[in-house]
Design a protein around this ligand. Structure first.
Ligand code: BV8
Length: 243
């Protein structure tokens, strides 16, 4: 089936779907200029494996290095804008209230900046911090000693990015809501994810409805798809979601 026929078929599925679940990954933000998670290691970070850095062990072993890696990523994300793919998803949800549930693995906040509400951010948000150890009465982010990372001036507790590291549990409420959306959907769009990271990727395998993948490259989830649209999110989503 030609790409265009496939797109028309997928557009019909969107029109007919009462409940649409959308699962996005790093490729969603690629056209905003945010390198994907696996391509992100550029420059001085090229020699590091993100899966090794995005862990509590790495942070405890070398807090400054891991903090600096997040500072580097935060700076990069602060300079970019949502793209037409983010905007197409936000606009569709505004035109069709209560039909779309947006689930993201991304921590860059670009869906929220594009105007999407109620985003299920399974892996947290890179622009927020939280205490590494359970905060005590003395741990006050307002008076934390500046540094890489900032620390509680009284007990030395460190601040860390409020993201979900490998080996950490996902936020339970968001995960349950995402699993429910997958199990109740008539259609799931899986956009810009390699499908490697669980339990997020598993949502595409529990979708009750048809699964449409949008990705320029093959993914670990292609076998679970009813249709694969080989293309870029910022180009295909506006075409797929226009009324
Ligand atoms: C957990 C935040 C348990 C940090 C991230 C089975 C079940 C459960 C767990 C596991 C399991 N098997 C293994 C595990 C452990 C692990 C895991 O999945 N490991 C993998 C590597 C095998 N999972 C975990 O550790 C999770 N926690 O299970 O805890 C538990 C339970 C109870 C109590 C305690 C513990 C936590 C996982 C979350 C990790 N944190 N991010 C940070 O960002 O620093 S994940 C991180 O990697 C990103 O957030 C993102 O989610 C992920 C990368 O995946 P993608 O988004 O897919 O990005 P990627 O670069 O891989 O691919 C980009 C894609 O875009 C490509 O396909 C490309 O072709 C495409 N693309 C490029 N350009 C475009 C495009 N697509 C469209 N348009 C374009 N223009």
């Amino acid at each position: 089936m030609s790409e265009d026929v496939l797109l028309q078929e997928a557009r019909r599925w969107v029109r007919d779907a009462r409940r649409i679940a959308v699962l996005t990954g790093a490729g969603m933000s690629a056209e905003s200029g945010v390198p994907t998670f696996r391509d992100a290691q550029t420059g001085l970070w090229a020699k590091f494996d993100p899966q090794q850095l995005a862990t509590e062990d790495a942070f405890r072993a070398n807090p400054k290095m891991v903090w600096d890696w997040y500072a580097f990523r935060r700076d990069m994300i602060a300079k970019v804008e949502p793209n037409n793919g983010h905007r197409a998803l936000a606009a569709f949800a505004q035109r069709h209230p209560h039909r779309m549930t947006l689930i993201t693995q991304n921590v860059d906040g670009l869906h929220q900046r594009a105007g999407s509400d109620g985003v299920l951010a399974l892996h947290g948000n890179i622009s927020e911090d939280k205490w590494l150890d359970v905060p005590k009465g003395c741990c006050n982010t307002e008076t934390a000693m500046p540094g890489s990372p900032p620390r509680c001036e009284r007990c030395g507790n460190m601040l860390r990015p409020a993201v979900v590291w490998f080996g950490e549990a996902l936020p339970m409420q968001a995960l349950i809501a995402a699993e429910t959306a997958a199990q109740e959907c008539d259609l799931m769009l899986v956009v810009g994810t390699s499908g490697v990271v669980y339990p997020a990727a598993g949502l595409a395998r529990t979708a009750a409805g048809r699964v449409v993948i949008i990705n320029p490259e093959p993914t670990e989830l292609d076998d679970a798809a009813d249709a694969v649209l080989r293309g870029k999110a910022a180009q295909l989503l506006p075409l797929l979601l226009e009324d």
